[in-house]
Design a protein around this ligand. Structure first.
Ligand code: ACO
Length: 315
């Protein structure tokens, strides 16, 4: 497939590290050197489905396609207010889609997993135009008394419209399954019969283990896929890496031996917006005319599962 349009939407409320330190035992001096994050956009009176719809309409406008031209919509989302229907259906109804819609929950690498589904359906001849929406609100998953997690996240949505083409050169997905390193538990409706513990538990994370997984998975994913495609790092123009933590991106850069200039960054004023991060960064780079036709883009993302993925695309 080929990327025909990109879009993104962010909540209007911007929260700085100093604003967090008004109610949490934390500081800009602690957060910046460990994460690279200075501020983030946080949902207040918006709904994630409205941000998703705004991002999708913006990507559609750039693509020149109409909602009825889309054959399949994939929404990557970890939490929304809806258990059912899927967020893809909620957003699809808002923007006038007429096609089947599915949700996936692959956490931070969700965009790459969605791209893999889109490309596989395209190669099978089942679709022509696909809309991917990554709409995430990780700030609604955190325990806001836990300074070790809530300072890391921001909310937002990114979208990509894909159409016919052979620009996806390769995709590689990877797992190291372990549900104890990043998890959150929902509260479900009580029944007269269920006897288990039904309390919600906010996001839990073993930061150091996740850090190690992220760096190792991303570097080996990138090197393995480039090798499989018979490509070298010299041929890569841009790395669009999940914006989880500046130090993670910096370590990936060092291991790959690649220069700073190939890694656009927006973590400092966005925080970690889970699967939306790669698509928001992509849209911001695209709108600032950073990519030239024929450029090679490598997407790499990693997160809960533990899952990771990499994709190589020609722009
Ligand atoms: N402000 C001040 N102090 C803090 C804060 C904070 N926000 N958070 C933790 N601390 C304290 C801890 O309580 C601890 O204090 P103690 O030594 O008195 O017990 C101390 O700082 C060190 O805590 P660590 O957790 O060991 O700090 P570390 O250096 O590992 O940094 C961090 C934590 C930034 C989370 C790091 O582990 C990390 O970036 N991990 C990657 C995980 C990640 O990015 N996850 C994002 C979600 S998943 C994904 O997208 C891949």
């Amino acid at each position: 497939m080929k990327i025909l349009g990109t879009g993104s939407a962010l909540p209007k409320k911007i929260v700085t590290n100093d604003m967090l330190s008004e109610f949490l035992d934390t500081s800009d001096e602690w957060i910046v050197p460990r994460t690279g994050i200075r501020s983030r956009h946080i949902i207040s009176d918006e709904k994630i489905e409205d941000l998703g719809a705004q991002a999708a309409l913006s990507a559609l406008e750039m693509s020149g396609l109409k909602p009825e031209d889309i054959d399949y919509c994939i929404c990557s989302n970890v939490v929304s207010e809806y258990v059912t229907p899927g967020l893809s259906c909620v957003i699809g109804a808002k923007i006038g889609l007429k096609c089947p819609c599915i949700d996936i929950n692959c956490a931070c690498p969700g965009f790459i997993y969605a791209l893999d589904i889109a490309e596989t359906h395209y190669i099978a001849g089942k679709v022509r135009n696909v809309l991917i929406i990554c709409a995430e609100q990780p700030t609604r998953m955190c325990d806001w008394t836990d300074r070790s997690t809530c300072v890391l996240f921001g909310d937002g949505a990114g979208a990509v419209v894909l159409g016919p083409g052979s620009n996806v050169k390769g995709i590689k997905l990877h797992s190291q399954l372990d549900a104890t390193k990043i998890w959150e538990r929902n509260s479900l409706m009580p029944t007269p019969y269920y006897e288990g513990d039904n309390r919600a538990i906010g996001l839990q994370m073993n930061g150091r283990e996740v850090f190690k997984f992220a760096v190792k998975a991303s570097t080996s994913d990138v090197e393995d896929l480039l090798n499989e495609l018979g490509m070298t790092k010299d041929q890569v123009d841009w790395y669009i890496v999940h914006q989880a933590n500046y130090r993670i991106i910096d370590a990936i850069k060092q291991y790959l031996g690649e220069p700073d200039g190939k890694f656009p960054i927006n973590i400092s004023d966005h925080g970690n917006s889970s699967s939306a991060s790669c698509t928001i960064l992509l849209d911001e780079c695209n709108k600032s005319h950073m990519f030239k036709e024929g450029n090679t883009l490598v997407f790499s993302a990693f997160g809960a599962g533990l899952l990771s993925g990499v994709a190589v695309l020609e722009w």
